[in-house]
Write a protein that binds this ligand. Sequence first.
Ligand code: PMP
Length: 412
Amino acid sequence: PALLQPELLRSLFPVLQQQVKGQPLAYLDNAATTQTPLPVQQAMLDFEQHDRANIHRGVHTLSQRATDAFEAARSTVKAFIGAGQEHELAFTSGTTEALNTVAFGLWGAGPGKAWLRPGDEIIVSGLEHHANLVPWQHAARMTGAKLRILMPDAQGRLHLADLQALITPHTRVLALTAGANATGERPPFEAMLTLAKQAGALTVLDAAQAVGHAMPDLRDLDADFMAFSGHKMYGPMGTGALAGKRKALELLYPLRLGGDMVEWVEYDRAGYAAVPTRLEGGTPNVTGAVGLAAAARFIDQIGRSRIDAHLHALRAQAVAGLQALDGITILAPQAPQAALVSFVVQDVHPHDIGTLLDERGIAVRTGHHCAEPLHNHFGLGPTTRASFALYNTAAEVSRLIDGIAHALKVLR
Ligand code: PMP
C-alpha cells in the first residue's frame, strides 16, 4: 500500500492546528489518548442534532432512530474487531469498565454460583495495566482464589514456557495484555490464549493498546473476552467495549443492575435480559457508540497495516535518536511493533523532561503509566513515554529528540 501522508491527514484533526507555548503542538501522548478526526466529530454531531433520544423503550421516531444507530454502531464495531457468529459485544465506558465487568462478573453471582472458587488460580502477566490487575486482586480476595503473576524476563518479554509452568489444574482465568502500555512490548498472546484455553481457563485479552492496529480477528483468537477503549483509536472518550464469546459473556454476573438490562421485574426479583443488553444496564453513551463506530470506519479507510508501517518508522527514528544520546535506557528497545517508546534518563527526573518539552509545544507522558509494579520490578522508577499516531510526522520526532537533548544539557 501507498505510504501514509500524515501531513495531509493532520488537516482532519482540528486540535492539532494550534500552538502551545508559541510552538506548533507536537502531540506525542497517543498511548494515553488519541485525537478525534472530523468524520468522528461529525458523526456525533449529526446524531446529537437529529436522532438523540433514549433507546430501546420508545415507540417514537427519534427513540427508534437512536436504537437503530446504537445497534448499527454495535455491528460496525463487531466487524472492525473481526467478531464471529459466536461473539457478542457490549458497549462500556472503556477498557477499565470492560475488564471490571469480567472480573466482577466471575464472582458477582456469589458463593457456589460464581466461576471463581476458593483455591482457583488467576494468571495475569507482570506487564499489565492497573486496569487488568487491580480488579483481579479484588476478585481473588472475594473468592479465595490465588493470583499468579507471569513475570517478564530482564528484557521485559513474556515467554510461553513460563506460562506453561504456571498453569495448573486450578487455573481458571488468564488475563493478558495484547500490548503493554508502559513498555510497548507485544506478548505472544495468540499462543498464550490457546494454551490457557486448552487448560480449561477463561481467557481475557486487554486490547486497549492493540485495537487500532493490525491484530488478528477476534474469531481467530482463543479469547473468551476482549476489552478496549474508543479514545485510544481516534474515537470519543468514555467509550469502549467488552467483546467476547456469547457463552462466556453469559457467565458474567452483570456489574450494573437496573433499567434496560431486565426482561421483567417484581418487587423481590427480576429476570435479566440476554447478552449483550444484560451487561448494558442504564442509559448507554449512544453518541459515544456512534463516534466509536465512525472511528472504526476511519481506521479501516486508511488501513491498519499502513498506519502501523508509519508508526513503526516513527518509533525506529525515535529509538535511534535516543540511542545517540548519553545515559538513556530504553524499555523494550527490541519491540519493533510498538507505537511508543518509553525511556529513563540517568540522573534526570522525567517530570522535568516533560516540563521542558512542553515549553517547546511537545506533549509526552511521564510517570508509571499505570504499571507501578512493573516499574518497581525493574527498579526503574518513572519513565518518559512518547507515543505515536497516524498524524505524527518525522519532523515531530526530530523536534522530540532535539528537545530531549536540550533538556539533558539544562538538567544535568
Ligand atoms: N489497558 C491498557 C493496556 C491501557 O493502555 C489502558 C489505558 N492507558 C487501559 C487498560 C485503561 O483504559 P481506559 O483508561 O480507557 O479504561
